[in-house]
Design a protein around this ligand. Structure first.
Ligand code: ZN
Length: 312
């Protein structure tokens, strides 16, 4: 018996990895209509993003506009290159519009996380409660705070397809960034999981990893993880610090231990995480321990004094 296809034929998912988020193309009914591109990957991957998107577009189709679920560097780093190549507008969640428009470094996450993002100009807003029309389908825009206070997710009811960004992965969800700043955002993560459950998606396209259909399984593992973090916020902070370190190493690929320690000790979000959660130890002790743990658990590899990401 033929299995029904996982995704409607009008959708192409370019599954990327961890440094670059997935890119999702919502094709037009005809090439003239153009495609919508949801999220554009990390800045240093922009050439690969351009090649992958060009190869996935159908016949004479171009990108009609970019839509960003949220503005972390791994989701919008290719915005500038894509908008220049296709001369297309960029729609972003409204909560970030002013900061992005004026490129206010103190309000954006790039400097704080030690990550890069090419400056780009947004042209419109993805207003929650509104819909995106594409190929005769209506993509509902829903607020999805928690991982990022301004994130949106996109849901198309006819095929029950959800683009969940970093609000729900097959196993878990993205770092709850506001918690690192002392804000209470675990409740928002929980409310966003409820929203997703109520939408009853048949298939979820996450920000990272392959599309999946076991939505109840994903929701229950996300809730389990969330409960654990709510009981042990320090565990969440440690997980976040490790994830940010591995992300940095995916970007630079190789570093000496001394360079990596210097980066850890100069990155604002890691300094504030240490101050808030781990200042019983000195910053030097904490960062040395962090690096040691990442090497011990195999997330990073250390050959004499060179650090790299396992498997790279
Ligand atoms: Zn994110």
């Amino acid at each position: 018996m033929n299995q029904p296809p996982l995704l409607p034929s009008s959708i192409t998912v370019l599954e990327r990895g961890w440094l670059s988020s997935n890119n999702v193309l919502l094709h037009g009914t005809t090439p003239d209509e153009g495609a919508v591109l949801v999220d554009t990957g990390y800045a240093s991957h922009f050439e690969q993003t351009l090649v992958l998107v060009a190869a996935a577009l159908r016949s004479t189709e171009a990108v009609r506009f970019v839509a960003n679920t949220h503005l972390h560097s791994d989701h919008c780093g290719g915005n500038r290159a894509i908008s220049e190549r296709y001369r297309c507008p960029i729609l972003i969640p409204p909560g970030d519009f002013t900061a992005i428009e004026s490129w206010d470094e103190s309000a954006l996450s790039y400097r704080l996380t030690g990550q890069q993002c090419e400056r780009f100009s947004p042209t419109g807003k993805l207003q929650p409660g509104h819909v995106l029309q594409q190929a005769g389908r209506e993509w509902q825009i829903h607020s999805a705070p928690g991982h990022d206070p301004h994130s949106v997710i996109l849901f198309e009811p006819e095929s029950a397809t959800l683009i969940s960004a970093d609000a729900l992965w097959e196993r878990g969800f993205g770092i709850v960034f506001p918690e690192l700043d002392g804000a209470n955002a675990f409740a928002e993560v929980s409310a966003t999981l409820d929203i997703i459950e109520n939408l009853r998606p048949r298939v979820v396209i996450p920000g990272h990893g392959a599309p999946f259909q076991d939505v109840p399984g994903a929701l229950s593992s996300a809730r389990e993880r969330l409960n654990y973090f709510q009981r042990e916020p320090t565990r969440h902070a440690l997980h976040a610090a490790k994830a940010l370190t591995v992300f940095h190493m995916l970007e630079v690929r190789q570093s000496s231990a001394a360079e990596l320690i210097a980066w850890l000790q100069a990155t604002p979000i890691l300094i504030s995480t240490w101050q808030r959660f781990f200042s019983a130890e000195s910053l030097g002790e904490w960062t040395a321990q962090l690096l040691q743990d990442l090497v011990r658990t195999g997330a990073l590899r250390q050959d004499s004094s060179t650090i790299s990401v396992r498997g790279s």
